[in-house]
Design a protein around this ligand. Structure first.
Ligand SMILES: Nc1nc2c(ncn2[C@@H]2O[C@H](COP(=O)(O)OP(=O)(O)O)[C@@H](O)[C@H]2O)c(=O)[nH]1
Ligand SMILES: [Mg+2]
Length: 290
């Protein structure tokens, strides 16, 4: 056949030649120290971080991952759901993190049950109203969320006059990197509504993109490929456009979910999200955005 070698060009690499964002992979100790040494500008200030998003997006797993990184061992303070059972806690809960010397870190994470992708309009509206009240500091720890009614002003878990510490100082939108495109339009609108309220309250917002280990084989093989993966970068750009969070406020993470031992690269990525979350929360608490 005339020796026509059809030399097809090799398929393009799924990886960029250089990462587009730098992470201190080997030196996560300094980021850990930064987080551990964080001190509020005024005594008694506590940064309140609120996670919101769809059910199953990885909110509870992120809390467990943060606790694990801080304690340098696997910890599971928050109940994690699984794919087959609807065993998600309905309790609005504040997670504190213990320091080594009997104290707690000056930041807390609040977990509220996520929005179901295809729940009813009524459930959606109640969820949005509850989260708005949470952001303003009106909801006390331990409130059991009722999807069929927003928290009432007469409820014993309703706080009529919240303090600065009760209010949310940074809102974190938790998004499953593999499912965000399947998000129901109405659910997206409800989450938009929550984010609009955060804007009105000048609460800074970030997004974390979870389950990046399931995005592509390259990241599954080595999490250090996170900022080299073309597929993940494309996903982040799409998420940024769709939910209106700028790229520099989106942090991809892999939560601890299956493994028994910690891994310093997984830690580094969790810390790379936690550090700016604390910085932005601190800025808001000290009214730098107002
Ligand atoms: N592979 C992987 N699975 C995750 C990750 N984060 C969470 N999961 C799993 O996703 C499911 C839902 O997580 P969960 O934290 O309960 O979500 P929540 O409803 O937002 O609190 C659980 O089965 C977790 O083990 C991740 O980064 N990677
Ligand atoms: Mg949960």
């Amino acid at each position: 056949m005339g020796g026509s070698f059809s030399s097809r060009p090799p398929p393009p690499s799924p990886l960029l030649s250089a990462p587009w964002r730098r992470i201190n992979w080997s030196d996560n100790h300094s980021t850990l120290q930064y987080v551990k040494a964080y001190q509020p500008e005024t005594e008694d200030q506590v940064i309140r971080i609120l996670l919101h998003g769809l059910v199953g997006s990885g909110k509870s797993s992120f809390i467990n991952s943060v606790e694990s990184v801080l304690r340098n061992r696997m910890c599971i303070p928050a109940l994690v759901g699984n794919a087959t059972q609807d065993c998600f806690t309905r309790e609005y809960k504040t997670y504190t993190f213990k320091t080594g010397n009997q104290g707690t870190f000056p930041f807390v994470i609040n977990d509220i049950i996520g929005l179901k992708n295809n729940c009813s309009r009524g459930n959606r509206n109640n969820h949005v109203k509850d989260v708005k009240r949470v952001m303003k500091g009106h909801v006390k720890d331990g409130y059991i969320v009722n999807p069929n009614a927003k928290i009432s002003k007469d409820d014993r878990f309703y706080k009529p006059t919240p303090s600065a510490n009760d209010k949310v100082h940074v809102l974190v939108f938790v998004i499953d990197a593999n499912k965000w495109s399947l998000m129901n339009e109405k659910a997206l609108e409800a989450l938009d509504d929550i984010r609009d309220e955060a804007k009105l309250l000048d609460i800074p917002q970030v997004a974390i993109l979870t389950k990046i280990d399931e995005v592509c084989p390259e990241i599954q093989k080595d999490i250090k490929n996170v900022y080299k993966s073309k597929e993940l970068k494309e996903k982040m750009e799409k998420v940024s456009g769709a939910v209106g969070v700028p790229m520099n406020c989106i942090f991809p993470v892999k939560n601890y979910s299956k493994e028994l031992d910690l891994d310093s690269d997984t830690d580094a990525l969790i810390l790379s999200a936690l550090k700016p979350i604390l910085d932005f929360g601190n800025d808001h608490l000290n009214k730098r955005y107002a």
